[in-house]
Ligand binder design. Structure first.
Ligand code: ADP
Ligand code: MG
Length: 679
C-alpha cells in the first residue's frame, strides 16, 4: 500500500477480496508482488498492442516485432529423438497469407489451441519461406460479453507469471478499475492538475489508453506521485528531525586544528577549505549536521574528515569514523594515529575481528564489548572501525560526530540506524561515487551536499589503456619494466558479489602463480576478502613498505587504499566491472608524483563491451563516467546493487525524470512549509 493512501482506503483491501480471485490466483499474483487492490491497479503493462489495426501476415518482415490476427487452419505436435524433443506448430491464416507458429519442447501447448480458433500472435519472423515465428506471444480471441476489453482497442500486455493468463489478468484489471476508479483519490500534496491528468485518469490511461501517446502522459503523472511520496517522506523526516534535535556545539576553537594543519606537510586545496567552511557552519549550527561529502577518488576527503573530527574533539566530544572494510579501517587508524596522537588525541580501532583499547599497546583479540569505564576522564578520542563500531553493542560515550567513509557501501537504512545511536551527533557521509544529479536528489534529499571538486596539485597523471587478452605478454613486459624501476603494481581480478566468493578466491589464487612467474624475481602478495584480518594486515604492511612489489587482489582494494608508490594497475576481465567501479579501482594509482598506468584487459568478445571501456581511456572525470554507467547499467548497479537503498519505482525513471524529481522536491517543500505542523 502506498503511504499516500490512508490505511482505511478501499484500495488497501487484499486482492483476494476481488471477485474471482481465489487462493490459487492470489498465490500467482503474489509472485508478481501484487497483494492489494492498489497493487493491482498499479501493475504496469510491459507493452501495448494496438489491436485496432493489424499488419497483414503477407506484410510481416523479419526485423520487426508485430502483431497479427488470424484463424488457426492446421495444427500438430511432432516428436523426435525418441520422443525426448518435440515441436508444436499451428498455421494461422488471415486471408493475406499463412503464418507458421512454432514452440520447441513445449508439447503441452497443444491443448491450448484448436483448429478454428481466432488468435493474436506477437513476434518476429525467423523465416520467410514459409513465414514462421518461434515462440510468439499468443492470445486466443473469444467472443462473449467482455471481448471488447481485449480486441478493437489498444490492449495492455502485462508481466505474467506461470499459470496466469494475460486475458484473465486484463479482465480482472478492467473490472477492478470499473469498481474502484472513483475511489482513487488525489494524494496530498497534489500536483498541479492543469499540468497533469488526475490520478484516477492516469491509472485508467496506463491500462487502457485511447491513444498510444496517452501512455507516457499517464506514466509521468504516476511517476510524479512516486517521487512526491518519497520527497515528502524525506523532507518531513528532516523537518521533524530539526524540530526535535539540538546540535552539540562543535564549532571548534582551532586549538587542535592549527597544529594539525601546520604539521600536515601540504596546504589544503581551495576545494577542501571551501568544504570545511560549510562543515564548520553546520557543526556550529542549531541542528545536527547531516552532510554528504562528495569528491572524486584522490580529492583528499580523508583530510577533510580529520579536520571535521578535530572540530568535535575541540568541543570536548569524541568522534567516530566508520569504514566499509577492515583494511580501510586499519589504514585510517594508522593515518589518524600518526596525525592525532602528537596532538594528545587518542585513536582507537574497533573492527569485527579485533580492537585496540590503547593504541600504543599491541593489537589484541578481545571479546570484551565494553570500553573501559574510565574513558570519560580521558582526553577526547577518535574511534575508528567498521560497522562493528555500531553493531557490537558497546557505547561510544560523548559522541559528537559520526563520519561514514565510502557510504555507498552502506545502505540508507544502516545510516539511519547509526545516527540514532548517539545523542544526535553530527553526521558526515563521504562518498567517491560521483552521483549524477537525479540520483542525488532522490537518494540524498535529506542530506546537504558539499563537493570537493579539485584534486591536489602535483599528482602524476593516470593513463588508461584498454587491451585485448592476446596483448598480455607485452603488458607484462611493461609492468616488469615499471617494477624494475622501483614502482609497485596492483593486479585485479573481478569479483561478482559484494563479498568474495569461494570461486573468486580460487581464481585469484590460481592467478597468483602466473603473476609470480611473470614478475619473478620480484615479490608478489595476495589480498582477498577471505583472508584473516591479521593476514590482510601483514600483506598490506609489506606492500606499503615496498617489500612486496605487486599485489594480486580481488576488487576488494577498490575502496580507499592509499599507497602512492603503486603506479601500475592491471585489471583482468575488466568488462565484468561497472565503469564507476573501474574508476574507483583506478583511483588507487596516480596518488604520487610518478606517472601512472591503468591497463584494462577486456576478455569481452563483443566490440560493444570493449567500446564501453573506452570511456575510461577518454576521461578521468568521475561524473561523466557515472553518467555513462547509469545509462548503461541502471542505478542499482552504479550504487552497489540492493544496498543502494533506492526504492523500487514502478513508473519513475531515474535517468529521464529529472524534471519530475525537481517538481516533486518543490511540491513537498512547499507543502511542508505551509503545513509543517501536522506531519
Ligand atoms: P580520497 O578523497 O579518495 O579519500 P584521500 O583522502 O585518500 O583521497 O587522499 C589522497 C591522497 O592525497 C592522500 O595521500 C592524501 O594525503 C593526499 N592529499 C590530500 N589532500 C592533499 C592536499 N591538499 N595536497 C596534497 N596532497 C593531499
Ligand atoms: Mg577515501
Amino acid at each position: 500500500m502506498s503511504p499516500l493512501e490512508t490505511k482505511t482506503s478501499p484500495l488497501a483491501a487484499p486482492i483476494t477480496s476481488l471477485w474471482g480471485v481465489g487462493a490459487e490466483r492470489a498465490t500467482q499474483l503474489a509472485r508478481l508482488d501484487l497483494h492489494t487492490v492498489e497493487d493491482l491497479l498499479l501493475h504496469r503493462p510491459r507493452r501495448y498492442e494496438d489491436r485496432r489495426h493489424f499488419r497483414a501476415i503477407a506484410e510481416l518482415t523479419r526485423d520487426e516485432a508485430a502483431t497479427a490476427r488470424g484463424t488457426i487452419v492446421a495444427q500438430g505436435l511432432k516428436r523426435f529423438r525418441g520422443g525426448s524433443k518435440s515441436v508444436f506448430q499451428f498455421v494461422l491464416d488471415d486471408g493475406t497469407a499463412r503464418l507458421h507458429c512454432r514452440w520447441w519442447n513445449l508439447p503441452f501447448m497443444e491443448k491450448y489451441f484448436a483448429v478454428g480458433d481466432e488468435v493474436f500472435v506477437f513476434g518476429k519472423l525467423v523465416e520467410t519461406k514459409p513465414r514462421t515465428m518461434d515462440h510468439p506471444e499468443t492470445e486466443v480471441i473469444e467472443g462473449g460479453e467482455e471481448s471488447f476489453i481485449h480486441i478493437n482497442r489498444i490492449a495492455p500486455i502485462y508481466p505474467l507469471t506461470e499459470g496466469l493468463p494475460q486475458r484473465w489478468l486484463r479482465g480482472l484489471i478492467w473490472r477492478t478499475l470499473g469498481k474502484f476508479e472513483s475511489q482513487i483519490a488525489e494524494p496530498k500534496p497534489t500536483p498541479d492538475l492543469k499540468a497533469f491528468p488526475a490520478r484516477a485518469n492516469a491509472v485508467r490511461m496506463i491500462h487502457f489508453p485511447e491513444e498510444l501517446t496517452d501512455v507516457e502522459i499517464a506514466r509521468r503523472r504516476l511517476a510524479l506521485d512516486e517521487f512526491v511520496e518519497l520527497q515528502f517522506q524525506i523532507q518531513s523526516r528532516r523537518k521533524k528531525f530539526e524540530a526535535n534535535t539540538k546540535a552539540l556545539p562543535c564549532g571548534g576553537n582551532n586549538q587542535l586544528m592549527k597544529p594539525f594543519l601546520a604539521r600536515l606537510g601540504f596546504k589544503l586545496t581551495n576545494a577542501q577549505t571551501k568544504v570545511l567552511r560549510e562543515i564548520r557552519a553546520d557543526m556550529d549550527g542549531a541542528h545536527p549536521m547531516r552532510r554528504l561529502l562528495q569528491g572524486d577518488v584522490g580529492s583528499g576527503k580523508t583530510v577533510v574528515a580529520a579536520c571535521t573530527a578535530l572540530m568535535a574533539l575541540e568541543g570536548g566530544f569524541n568522534a567516530a569514523l566508520m569504514a566499509p572494510t577492515e583494511i580501510l579501517a586499519e589504514q585510517h587508524f594508522r593515518n589518524f594515529q600518526k596525525w592525532f596522537e602528537p596532538l594528545g588525541v587518542k585513536v582507537e580501532l574497533q573492527t569485527g575481528s579485533r580492537k585496540t583499547v590503547d593504541s600504543r599497546e599491541p593489537i589484541v583479540e578481545s571479546r570484551s564489548r565494553r570500553l573501559p569505564s574510565t574513558l570519560d576522564s580521558r582526553p577526547s578520542t577518535l574511534f575508528v572501525g567498521t560497522h562493528a563500531l555500531f553493531t557490537s553493542g558497546f557505547d561510544l560515550p560523548k559522541l559528537g560526530l559520526v563520519i561514514i567513509d565510502e557510504q555507498h557501501k552502506f545502505g540508507v537504512a544502516q545510516r539511519e540506524q547509526l545516527v540514532r545511536k548517539g545523542n544526535y551527533p553530527h553526521l558526515l557521509v563521504m562518498t567517491a561515487t560521483p552521483i549524477p544529479r537525479t540520483l542525488g536528489l532522490t537518494l540524498y534529499g535529506d542530506l546537504d551536499v558539499s563537493v570537493v571538486d579539485e584534486l591536489p596539485a602535483g599528482r602524476g597523471r593516470v593513463k588508461t589503456f584498454v587491451r585485448a587478452a592476446d596483448k598480455l605478454p607485452k603488458v607484462w613486459e611493461f609492468i616488469r619494466e615499471k617494477v624494475a624501476g622501483g614502482r609497485q603494481a596492483y593486479v585485479v581480478y573481478p569479483r561478482v558479489e559484494e563479498q568474495d566468493t569461494a570461486n573468486d578466491i580460487k581464481a585469484v589464487t590460481k592467478e597468483l602463480e602466473n603473476v609470480r612467474r611473470s614478475l619473478a624475481p620480484f615479490r608478489v602478495g595476495l589480498l582477498h576478502g577471505r583472508l584473516k584480518s591479521g593476514e590482510k594486515e601483514e600483506v598490506m604492511t609489506a606492500f606499503r613498505a615496498s617489500q612486496i612489489q605487486a599485489l594480486v587482489a580481488t576488487a576488494l582494494i577498490e575502496v580507499g587504499l592509499d599507497v602512492p608508490n603503486a603506479t601500475v594497475m592491471l585489471v583482468e576481465n575488466a568488462e565484468r566491472f561497472g565503469l564507476a567501479q573501474l574508476h574507483q579501482l583506478r583511483g588507487r594509482i596516480g596518488r604520487g608524483a610518478h606517472e601512472s598506468f591503468c591497463i584494462l584487459i577486456s576478455g569481452a568478445k563483443t566490440d560493444a563491451a570493449r567500446e564501453r571501456l573506452r570511456v575510461l581511456e577518454e576521461t578521468t572525470d568521475g561524473f561523466r563516467i557515472a553518467e555513462a554507467d547509469l545509462k548503461l547499467r541502471g542505478p542499482g548497479e552504479l550504487l552497489g546493487q540492493r544496498q543502494s537503498g533506492l526504492p523500487r519505482f514502478r513508473f519513475g525513471d531515474l535517468l529521464h525524470d529529472l524534471d519530475l524529481i525537481r517538481r516533486a522536491r518543490e511540491l513537498a517543500a512547499r507543502t511542508l512549509d505551509g503545513s509543517g505542523k501536522n506531519i
